[in-house]
Design a protein around this ligand. Structure first.
Ligand code: NDP
Length: 293
């Protein structure tokens, strides 16, 4: 049965926590907030939020306590001040963490009589409240089901990924890792373009086409990788090796930073040295599945 109470506490008012509190106010929730820097609550208070005087009062105010902090060190800094008020609370912890940190956090919460539902938000603050936005959750299914309305107010798609409190963090870090790596590829492209007299706007259509084509590559290689096949029928790592060296040299010739393309060349070279020259470049998955020797 879902919880029909429309009251919630939000602790942590960075861009993400502020967006969450604002959306919940828009949806008619009674929202209590707390933030280390109290002034960040001013706009929310003007719109009807209640500013708690301390973390303990914030946690005491509502069963559901959303945590949107920089990291778990901040979570403990705040929750240790609220420890006596945590019994019976659902800690909706949307703070970025490693899977192991999330598991430890869930145990810590249980030790204080609270339940943690770990969350990994897959959108920036502008995506909060949008129906197509998604968040991964893991932890007790019953708690997820009971609080589904508030979860779906935050992002239209609330996806329960199992009982392991680390699972949502794992999936979140997988996506975020792809995000940072891809965006660095884009920054490198812009640096190279600018060194050659082109603007970011000039290359945007080409960048869009390139990024949009990636989903076809994901689909093509996924089944082969899961089947353990790295057939060199469509591409060969040796071809890729020559290509990434051209990319590195083009960047070097333009006088821009080469750390990123050089790291790519290094991975391809290690794949060659491991004997994958005639395999698909998907064989790099096997190389990357172990620490570098
Ligand atoms: P910020 O780091 O900008 O702010 C988070 C909050 O943490 C601030 O309110 C800050 O308080 C508080 N804080 C940090 N350290 C402490 C501490 N030691 N004690 C008390 N409070 C502390 O993060 P965001 O709002 O951008 O994001 C929140 C979480 O959501 C992060 O874990 C982030 O990785 C994740 N996330 C963010 C996205 C984004 O695009 N922003 C996208 C998806 C997930 P103060 O105001 O006093 O500094």
């Amino acid at each position: 049965m879902s919880n029909t109470q429309r009251t919630v506490t939000v602790i942590g008012l960075g861009p993400m926590g502020r967006a969450m509190a604002a959306v919940l106010l828009d949806r008619g929730y009674a929202v209590t907030v707390w933030n280390r820097t109290a002034s960040r609550a001013d706009d929310l208070v003007a719109r009807g939020a209640v500013l708690a005087p301390n973390p303990a009062a914030a946690a005491a105010a509502n069963e559901v306590v959303i945590l949107s902090l920089t990291d778990y060190a901040a979570v403990y800094d705040v929750l240790e001040q609220a420890a006596p008020a945590l019994a019976g609370r659902v800690l909706l912890n949307l703070t970025s963490a490693t899977p192991e940190e999330a598991r430890t956090g869930a145990s810590w919460a249980a030790g204080h009589g609270a339940v943690q539902l770990t969350g990994g938000v897959n959108v920036p603050p502008s995506g909060i409240g949008q129906p197509e936005s998604s968040t991964f959750y893991s932890g007790p299914r019953e708690v997820f089901d009971r609080h589904r309305p508030v979860l779906e107010a935050l992002t239209g798609r609330a996806e329960h990924q199992g009982e392991d409190p680390g699972r949502a963090a794992l999936l979140y870090q997988i996506g975020v890792g792809m995000f940072w790596t891809s965006m660095l590829g884009y920054w490198q492209a812009i640096a190279l373009a600018r060194a050659n007299g082109l603007t970011a706007a000039d290359i945007l259509p080409h960048a869009d086409d390139t990024a949009n084509s990636l989903t076809q590559f994901f689909a093509f290689y996924t089944d082969r990788i899961d089947a353990g096949k790295h057939l060199g029928d469509v591409d060969r790592l040796a071809m890729g090796m020559a290509s990434v060296e051209h990319v590195l040299q083009t960047n070097a010739d333009a006088g821009v930073d080469t750390a990123l393309p050089a790291a790519v060349v290094d991975l391809f070279r290690r794949g060659m040295e491991a004997g994958h020259g005639t395999d698909s470049f998907s064989a790099l998955v096997e190389v990357m599945g172990k620490p570098a020797s």
